[in-house]
Design a protein around this ligand. Structure first.
Ligand code: 5GP
Ligand code: ZN
Length: 115
């Protein structure tokens, strides 16, 4: 059992605005949304980052991608969205449990990286 923040959200020990869940993944609204739609999709299982995945993780990582489109539409991002996975220090990852940001809304998200 892991004590990390997103494991605790997955177990229901910390509240989150859940928008989707199945046996492999969970999605909830980001606490500090950067766009009108900002959802985090996480594996129920603790995986520290994309730099820590193994062959057993392929199904859950695939599920994270597979559910993103419907979550975006359900949340009101009906004409596309951006999915982002930050990894490690260089990637700017703050919470060390794999999570995919799904960001969007009515307007374009903007350039991929700030310069
Ligand atoms: P990272 O920088 O690791 O890719 O993104 C972490 C994200 O988690 C941030 O966008 C941050 O706002 C979000 N976050 C941090 N703590 C919480 C929390 O307790 N609840 C929710 N819903 N989101 C959180
Ligand atoms: Zn965790």
């Amino acid at each position: 059992m892991h004590d990390c923040l997103f494991c605790r959200i997955a177990r229901g020990e910390i509240p989150a605005a859940r928008v989707y869940e199945d046996e492999l993944v969970l999605a909830f609204k980001d606490i500090q949304p950067q766009r009108p739609v900002h959802v985090l999709v996480i594996p129920r299982k603790h995986i520290t980052s994309l730099a820590h995945v193994g062959p057993d993780d392929e199904a859950v990582l695939g599920r994270m991608l597979a559910v993103a489109g419907q979550i975006a539409v359900d949340q009101g991002s009906t004409d596309g969205f951006r999915s982002i996975i930050n990894t490690g220090r260089v990637g700017g990852q703050e919470v060390m449990h794999v999570h995919m940001h799904v960001v969007g809304g009515p307007d374009p998200v903007g350039p991929m990286l700030k310069r």
